[in-house]
Structure formats: structure tokens, C-alpha cells
Write a protein that binds this ligand. Structure first.
Ligand code: MG
Length: 449
């Protein structure tokens, strides 16, 4: 039976007591350990959650940020998280303020894993974007608090760095090939080694000629139009042009953003193989996960998937069968830092790398969480980056910076990102609710993005 190892017994066992004790080295560590053990065993009063609340702002224009703040029983100690669900922000606000706040109050801020597990099932139904974003806000705020209490950035709490900084990819698009080529060259000059290229918007909608549905009054005038053939013909030409004009050294990425049929996606990936893409993203919609085996067998193009995923039931099969190369999971949509960290660990053993979704509709605290994970994990692949505007940097002091294509985190304890609530009031949510406008084929059939 194991006996508790006291400081004196430890020193005796080592036979080093007098010498090291005189140096004060082992003595100090042992004293701290004894004190900490006593605190836990005697049920010392923990630091507890006193309030959880969601705050919205729109410093990036049309993007609707949802920030979650957790206050504690220790004066001045608070944590910040991100629960941004750009298309449904007020549902997350309700989930946090009406349901997670009363659930979390009084709980020990130290017990992140337990709070995550119990909050996850506290709504009984789970793995949806609203509850996952709300849970993410609470989870990230608790990691922020743990880092502040330890006086360390969060990445140090999980094992420290695997790399000096986080390599990122940036976005370029153009409505003609010359415009796109110029955009890529500017980004190359800025130091980016990885560039996502899009011909126009998602699905190259500008190439779809005639929206017959509009003439009949089907749908609304604002509904968008995308036929797959012009897109499928344009993308290989885009890759050929950028390879020919921007060289073979740059890593090229492309986001299909679903919107085509599975067999079309297979044909497109096969055609793109000759241009050595770094990855092709979201070639299939999540509803078509079952096609990945056929896609994988048909091509060696690296596949990135998962920004729409909410649930382990979506990502576990693709990882265990090695059907994708990069995980695109959106950290807040997956429920926060706690589950995404586990997902990264699972993927490591199957040779799947990270490429966390890092768009404008994730606040700087959410980006910080992705970046801290990127710094730590062995199976980091690449990070999508955004250069936040001045308004966001003013409201979120400590937001990461970009240099030579690398993202650099602020080294302050926790996530290193603060939130100025007073300044945020200058940026209320825009009037438009922010849903995706429907995209239709020429006959009006809805396309799944
Ligand atoms: Mg995407």
C-alpha cells in the first residue's frame, strides 16, 4: 500500500537532506507541495465562478462576435472566452446568460474537465452549434483563468512549444486571373508561404450566366446563383495560371466550400493533382462524409475537412480510417479548447494534421486558443490567418500579430488577450441578422454550402 511521501521521508530516502536543504532548493519545493496538498486535503475554500455572461460586438464590420466573461470569487480575477456563432449570435447569448450562468455559478474554477463534461450533458441534447459555442465560451474563460492563476500562457500549461511560431496561410481571390495573380504576388512579398486561391467568390458564382429561377419569380431577388460546370472548368485553369506566374515554391490551397456533387468533387481533385495543391478544402459537405473513401482512393490530393463539424461522430471515422490529411475544425464550434485538444491528440496517432478554421468570424480570444494549441501539438499542419483591423485590436488588447507569414501570440498569462467592454459598446451588432443568403442552381434548386 502506498504511504504518503512526506518531505522528511523524501529527503531521507534520497540521502540528500542536509546538503540540498542547506541550499534551500528542495526545501522550497517540498514546502510548496506540502502546503498545496494540505489545501486540497483540508477542503480549502476554492476560487469559484460567480457569474458567466455573454457580450456582443462587431468591430470587424458585419461579423458578430460573442465574448463570454467569467467572473470569480477572487477580486479582479476573470476569464475570457469566445462563443462566436456569426449567423446566430443571440441564440448563444441566451444559452450563456439564461442557462450556463446558473449552471456554472459556485463551481470550482480549477475543475475545467469536470465543468466541461457536466455542462456538455446539462442540456441533455448536445453537439449542436449553439450549445457548443456557449460551452466553448465558458471553457476558454476557465483556461484563461487557470493561466492567469499560474502566471503562464495557456500553451505552457499543456506542455510548452513544439515550434517558435505558428505558420499561417492567407486568402487571395480575383474575378479575373490577372487580378488573382497580382493579389498572390503581394502576399508572397509579405512573406506568406501558403496562399488560398479562389476565383471570385465561393463556387466562382460570377461565371454562372443566367439565373432562370429569378425570371419566374422563384425565391427572392437576393438569392444567389451557382452552376457547377463553369466552376469546375475554371478552377484547374486558375491553378495552371497561378503556378505558371507565381512559381512552384508557393503552397497553394483552395476551398471548394461544398456546393458540388460528390462525383464532381472526385473529378476536380484528380484534375488538380498535377498542380500539387497543399490541400483542397471541403470538397464534400458533411452530409456526404460517406464519400471520403472513394475520394481518397481516387486521388493523392491532400484533403482538408471539418469546419462545419460539431460532433465526434463526424470526425472520429475520418481520422481512424485515415481518409483526410487536415482537420479544419472550428474550435468554438467543437465545444472549446478542452475537446479540440483531445481531437488533436487523437489525430496525431493517425497522421492527420491540424488546420483549424481561423476565419474573421472567430474573435481574437478564439484565435488565441487555436494558436496556443498550434504552438503545442506535434501534428500541427497550418493555421488559417486573419489580420484583424484597428478597431478589433483596440477592443481586444493583446490580439496576436502576423509577421513574415507567422502568427505570434501575446505571452501574457492565460490567452494573453483582454476585452475592453466600454470600447466595445461603440461597435453594436449590425441591423442585418447575418444569415447566409440561399445559393441556387439555375432552376432554383438550393445548393448546400
Ligand atoms: Mg472553408
Amino acid at each position: 500500500m502506498n504511504q504518503p511521501l512526506t518531505r522528511r521521508a523524501a529527503l531521507k530516502t534520497l540521502g540528500l537532506g542536509a546538503g540540498l536543504s542547506a541550499l534551500g532548493f528542495l526545501d522550497r519545493g517540498a514546502r510548496a507541495a506540502e502546503a498545496a496538498t494540505a489545501r486540497v486535503n483540508q477542503g480549502a475554500k476554492p476560487v469559484t465562478i460567480t457569474k458567466v455572461r455573454a457580450i456582443t460586438c462587431a468591430t470587424q464590420g458585419s461579423i458578430r462576435f460573442v465574448v463570454i466573461r467569467v467572473d470569480t470569487s477572487e477580486p479582479g480575477l476573470y476569464g475570457l472566452g469566445c462563443g462566436t456563432f456569426n449567423q446566430r449570435p443571440l441564440t448563444v447569448v441566451t444559452a450563456v446568460n439564461e442557462y450556463l450562468d446558473p449552471f456554472a455559478r459556485g463551481r470550482n474554477v480549477d475543475d475545467i474537465e469536470d465543468i466541461w463534461q457536466t455542462a456538455y450533458t446539462s442540456s441533455y441534447w448536445r453537439n449542436g452549434p449553439v450549445m457548443n459555442n456557449a460551452l466553448s465560451g465558458l471553457d476558454l474563460a476557465l483556461w484563461d483563468i487557470k493561466g492567469k492563476r499560474a502566471g503562464l500562457p495557456v500553451y505552457q500549461l499543456i506542455g510548452g512549444r513544439s515550434r517558435f511560431a505558428v505558420d499561417t496561410y492567407t486568402h487571395c481571390s480575383g474575378f479575373d486571373l490577372k487580378q488573382l495573380e497580382n493579389a498572390v504576388k503581394i502576399r508572397q512579398e509579405q512573406g506568406f508561404r501558403h496562399i488560398r486561391i479562389q476565383f471570385g467568390s465561393y463556387g466562382s458564382q460570377h461565371l454562372s450566366a443566367k439565373a432562370d429561377f429569378r425570371e419566374t419569380g422563384f425565391g427572392l431577388p437576393a438569392d444567389q446563383h451557382m452552376d457547377s460546370l463553369p466552376y469546375l472548368q475554371a478552377v484547374p485553369k486558375m491553378f495552371a495560371h497561378i503556378r505558371a506566374t507565381c512559381g512552384d515554391k508557393v503552397e497553394l490551397l483552395h476551398d471548394v466550400h461544398e456546393r458540388i456533387e460528390p462525383i464532381e468533387a472526385i473529378r476536380l481533385c484528380k484534375e488538380l493533382e498535377q498542380y500539387r495543391p497543399f490541400f483542397i478544402e471541403d470538397a464534400l459537405s458533411p452530409e456526404q462524409n460517406g464519400w471520403f473513401a472513394q475520394l481518397r482512393a481516387a486521388t493523392t490530393v491532400p484533403l482538408a475537412m471539418g469546419e462545419l463539424f460539431n460532433s465526434p461522430h463526424e470526425w472520429v471515422p475520418l481520422i481512424k480510417d485515415r481518409l483526410i490529411d487536415f482537420l479544419r475544425v472550428h474550435l468554438t464550434q467543437a465545444g472549446g479548447f478542452t475537446p479540440t485538444r483531445k481531437l488533436a491528440a487523437l489525430a496525431e496517432w493517425f497522421g492527420v494534421r491540424s488546420a483549424w478554421h481561423g476565419p474573421g468570424d472567430l474573435c481574437p480570444i478564439g484565435h488565441a486558443a487555436s494558436l496556443h494549441l498550434d504552438l503545442n501539438i506535434h501534428n500541427f499542419g497550418i493555421q488559417e490567418s486573419i489580420n484583424f483591423n484597428d478597431a478589433t485590436r483596440e477592443v481586444f488588447p493583446g490580439t496576436h500579430t502576423l509577421k513574415n507569414g507567422y502568427a505570434i501570440v501575446n505571452e501574457a498569462p492565460g490567452w494573453g488577450v483582454d476585452f475592453d467592454e466600454e470600447k466595445a459598446k461603440k461597435y453594436p451588432l449590425p441591423a442585418h441578422p447575418g444569415y447566409w443568403e440561399p445559393v441556387r442552381r439555375r432552376d432554383g434548386t438550393a445548393v448546400r454550402p
